[in-house]
Ligand binder design. Sequence first.
Ligand code: HEC
Ligand code: HEC
Ligand code: HEC
Length: 472
Amino acid sequence: MNVAFGPLRVLPLVALLAALPAGNAASSDGAHAPASASSVAASARTAASAATATSVERGRYLVRAGDCESCHTAPGGKELAGGYPIPTPFGVIYSTNLTPDRENGIGAWSKDDFWNALHRGKDDEGEHLYPAMPYPWFTKMSRADVDAIKDYLATVPAADVRNKAPELPWPLSWRTVMAGWNLLFFHEGEMQPDPAKSAEWNRGAYLVEGPGHCGACHTPKNALGAVKRDEAFRGGSVGEHWFAPSLTSDVRDGIGDWSVAEIVEYLKTGSNDKTASAGEMTNVVRNSTQYLSDSDLKAIAVYLKDIPATREEANAAAASAETIRRGEAVYVDNCTGCHMDNGAGLAKVFPPLAKSASIQASDPGSLLHVVLGGAVMAAPKTKPTGLAMPGFRDKLNDQQIAEVVSYIRNAWGNHGSPVDAATVAKVRKAEIESPQGDPGAKRAEMLVCRSRGAPATCPAPAAERAPAPGHS
Ligand code: HEC
Ligand code: HEC
Ligand code: HEC
């Protein structure tokens, strides 16, 4: 029986549809005194500004830290009213209504019911949730934080939107099957602080491993869609050929040469002097990390910097001299205007292409997505540039893209295996079927339609509509 579920591979599909919640960042000082062993536990688990913010404000902050809106607010739908279809290889699972509507939402849920959902992955009737809901991470959150989220959710407008049943084949439609998955892969339990580490490190660990669920994308998964715990943060495929690079201290593949300040800037604004976010990560920045306090972002950075290097991908195959020569010609014709001859880009405007982990990664998927489909900066309030990288899917063929990408993976001190035209073709296909910047509702409609078969009758993919976001 094939119970491969791959819930984590659906995360990006969800993130792509992220709505852009307006409003102010919840203020939070999140300040931490130097650790004393006894204070570590308390401070790591306390949500930001326990002393000054009310539980509702704290809950709102945590809803952002947990990126709940990306999944629970359907594009064009009512805030947190659910109904967004999440496709899995086996069928569609819908997010649920989290508003206080007693009939359709969670207004009638007790705090214990809500705790059971986030902590144990079970609904108010004790039925298993599918791990398309990131409860394997949320289980690490403290009871006080989960209660604060419930307090906040009680204040959003009640929406009369009915939950939709998942469209899964038997036996997956039988929720009890998830008991087996949980037995194998789910480790229930709140985060236990490490007394040997600082309060700041522990706060970072809590945010990354708990609400932030960063490992859901940045850690490789096994065939059943569960993360490989012994390869934490070594980079993971997030579906549709997007790749979330390693967050280990590897210098080439990870963030070994990023400073704490550079990590903070990236999470707050979507870019820094080394790189700019694209795809799923742009949505994470837009909907979640840009709202975190500077001290929480610093705590995340301190925790990430402590993940050891692995160096397992040090040996990349070499590209032929001919490929490099042809790729350079494509680069000079199409890319130097913004990224410069030496790949240095232009500070604060165009990202450098030298030394970037995404560009040198063993899996070139994200890089190919950016070159084919373009990318728009996250453009949060703090850095509202909105500059775009134009997509080259209409201008360059697979062979040319393979060449230019093989070139930039090996120019200016970069070192990454060459990419062939067949790989470009695969990503191009995924990109056409799953366009960024597609109006969410339309895309959702297309995905549900396709999952039911008869793709010919489904809404057209983006390639047949407007081209990727244009030049600035
Ligand atoms: C990656 C997408 C995703 C994110 C992020 C996410 N959820 Fe969910 N959530 C889902 C899906 C999908 C379901 C439905 C699962 C099912 O049908 O088994 C769900 C179900 C739930 C339920 C059960 C509701 C019910 O009626 O059974 C609760 C409660 C919940 N989520 C709360 C949250 C909160 C709070 C956050 C943020 C801290 C959050 N979720 C973040 C996808 C997500
Ligand atoms: C929905 C999937 C997803 C989640 C959740 C996610 N990321 Fe990412 N992340 C990505 C992808 C994809 C990229 C590559 C983006 C690119 O190529 O520009 C990325 C890139 C990054 C980078 C840049 C790495 C580099 O070398 O260029 C950092 C740092 C990062 N993420 C940190 C985090 C942190 C911290 C969290 C949790 C708070 C997080 N991510 C959650 C998907 C995700
Ligand atoms: C009009 C200016 C412009 C041109 C021309 C251009 N780019 Fe870009 N490029 C950008 C901008 C702006 C970004 C940042 C977008 C983002 O990631 O949010 C970017 C990002 C990138 C990235 C991601 C960088 C990272 O840090 O991960 C790659 C790779 C890239 N460009 C490659 C190319 C290649 C190859 C070409 C030529 C085929 C090219 N670009 C042409 C403006 C340009």
